[in-house]
Design a protein around this ligand. Structure first.
Ligand SMILES: Nc1ncnc2c1ncn2[C@@H]1O[C@H](COP(=O)(O)OP(=O)(O)OP(=O)(O)O)[C@@H](O)[C@H]1O
Length: 274
């Protein structure tokens, strides 16, 4: 069976464990606007969790708070036993939380290799002394990055390995998305946050990218994935569990089948019946 014919259940040689992230009464206000409103939820070890909700319901804000870009107004996020709120984005990244963004953050003139390695800037030894006077060590570090990037690209799309030193601007949208996911994976995160990976792609491209993400999940045993996605067929295919937001609150959680049957979810998406 190849990846394209596998559905989510057939991938489930994967164990879902206890709580990796616990969110308690999380609130994020922007002036008078409450983007997250006393949110309570948890993310389990090893799961693929889908985050759904109408536009503006707080999904990206949740990622931004969880990765330290925004400081929550109040509440708590415990990740691996430690409070996240108050930590810098660098500290959170180093503790194993990586993400992709809704809009591409690749530098088009730079090569695939450079774009992926930039993501791991925090882990690199880039002091001038090291680069100028420790040439051997510098070379060894560089070579180890080349091997790591090759290995990651191989998981996603082996043809990308041969083009690793070409500028990203010459690649298709789906390859750029693959490159962005590889960049997020370079640090070997425990928790990978994907913000609408299907945005701007065709149906077939989205299917192919989801196959790749499932393959990666199969190969990286301890990886937990949270995925913001509007494409319901993507959610159905790759998530173990879903949480639905509306106005910054969790209004439903469960399997895809459960949340789509939930009247609260239907009302949130379709509006109240007159
Ligand atoms: N930096 C900010 N400053 C002010 N308001 C913000 C900021 N970031 C988000 N918001 C507001 O917070 C609310 C939640 O936005 P958020 O982007 O989290 O929603 P979302 O569920 O990710 O939506 P979408 O599905 O459209 O991406 C929106 O009303 C948005 O305008």
């Amino acid at each position: 069976m190849n990846a394209a014919t596998m559905n989510h259940a057939q991938h489930a040689a994967h164990t879902i464990g206890g709580k990796l992230v616990g969110v308690t009464d999380l609130t994020m206000r922007f002036g008078g606007l409450t983007a997250l409103d006393q949110l309570n939820m948890q993310i389990n070890e090893g799961e693929v969790l889908g985050l759904l909700g109408p536009n503006g319901s707080g999904k990206t804000t949740f990622f931004n708070v969880l990765t330290g870009l925004y400081k929550a107004t109040s509440g708590s996020i415990i990740y691996k036993g430690q409070e996240v709120i108050g930590q810098t984005p660098q500290e959170i990244y180093r503790s194993g939380v990586a993400r992709t963004f809704q809009r591409s953050r690749l530098s088009l003139p730079l090569t695939v290799f450079d774009n992926i390695v930039i993501g791991d800037y925090q882990h690199m030894n880039h002091g001038l002394f090291f680069n100028l006077f420790q040439r051997k060590a510098f070379r060894a570090e560089y070579d180890s990055y080349v091997s790591k990037v090759e290995a990651l690209l191989n998981i996603f799309s082996p043809p990308l390995v041969a083009r690793m030193f070409e500028p990203v601007g010459t690649f298709t949208m789906i390859d750029r998305r693959r490159i962005e996911v590889c960049r997020a994976l370079l640090s070997q995160p425990r928790l990978l946050l994907l913000d609408e990976p299907s945005a701007g792609m065709t149906h077939d491209e989205t299917e192919a990218l989801m196959d790749d993400i499932l393959q990666v999940r199969g190969k990286l045993e301890n990886l937990t994935i949270v995925l913001i996605e509007h494409e319901m067929n993507v959610i159905e295919r790759i998530t173990d569990r879903c949480i639905v937001f509306n106005y910054g609150k969790k209004i439903a959680e469960g399997t895809y089948a459960e949340i789509t049957a939930d009247p609260n979810v239907q009302t949130a998406y379709l509006g109240e019946a007159e």
